[in-house]
Design a protein around this ligand. Structure first.
Ligand code: FES
Length: 75
């Protein structure tokens, strides 16, 4: 699991599936690796194109966006 956020360019024309379980091999987005568990991806869209920092540690309180919680995680 990454301890840092991922910088991504988001389009207002796409739907996104943020990996909430940390198992995806295509971070920070879902690749279906959660199947068979009780986890689900978080589906989201943006109204305007933007650069965003998506959480990689999966501990954010504001998913899918990084809220700085990773700074409090132990090594
Ligand atoms: S990467 Fe998860 S809170 Fe920043």
């Amino acid at each position: 699991m990454a301890k840092l956020p991922y910088k991504v360019e988001l389009s207002s024309e796409n739907k996104y599936f943020w990996c909430a379980c940390g198992l995806s091999l295509t971070q920070p987005f879902c690749d279906g690796s959660h199947r068979g568990s009780d986890k689900k991806s978080l589906n989201f869209e943006v109204a305007v194109p933007q650069t965003a920092w998506l959480c990689g540690c999966k501990m954010t309180k504001n998913p899918p966006y990084c809220d700085g919680t990773h700074n409090q995680l132990e090594e």
